[in-house]
Unconditional design. Sequence first.
Length: 306
Amino acid sequence: MGLASTIAFTAARGVNPDMAEGTLAAAVGYRVVAYCAAGYAFGWLVEDRRNLRAEVDASERQVAELRDLQEALAPPGVPSRPALELASCYVPAGGGAGGDFFLVAPGPGDATVVVIGDVAGKGLQAAKRAAYVRMGFAAAAPFQDDPCKLLELANSNLIERAGVSDIFVTAACFVVKPSENKLAWALAGHPPALLLADGQTLNTVRAAFPLGIGKDIDCEMGEAALEPGTGFVAFTDGLIEARQRGGDLFGMERASELVAALCDREPTIVVGELRAAAERYAGGALNDDLCMVAVRARAPAAAAAA
């Protein structure tokens, strides 16, 4: 544009030498600078707009992919399972999406596998690592009722697909066998669940290493009776780490006291009250994703009616 405008001016000046004052060289020189500067500025603005549009398009694609992943990681409901009452909850953080997830899946026989986990980090990369872990659990659950084996298989799947990384994944895995009144569980760097009966922690085992940081997680399994009417609530650290800026954490003690106060309520109520309490404590917006799953064994009469 600058060069074309300068040539046009030079041609016009040649036809009419008196059209402007000053020497031809000076006039041409000034216009070369002015027109070329204007042309460069226009080109820069066009290129900047094109780059900005590309960034916006990429961001929109990433948001859409992240939304699809989140719906898969934390579905809006839980499947029905024999002799169990189940409830779940997922609340994305106000500061952006992370990698919290849960899974309720059939295990061998009448067993039910319940998993909850959290990726260290936020955004698409965290969600993808969570998806790899969840896929590993889902693939192994129908064939395995040992929570340590399930954690090890999920860890192997994550490392095989995404490699070892400092973006680690914490997880808690529970295997419920209502017909045997048994509960088995294992933790991989994850907070322990709370018992619905009294709010105490289900924490008689040493937690293994988080997933994704090495091939050996050094897992230890716990076992307990799960009588009809009893159960637990598992959660990610978005619950106990809820806080207002500069304030104290919501903490395990508050969560435990609230669960104990709700000992005779349905899992749906327990999950809803814990969520509401954490949001109130944080001033309305959580600074980390919150995911919860509550499980209660039905009494025989209730199970038969269902």
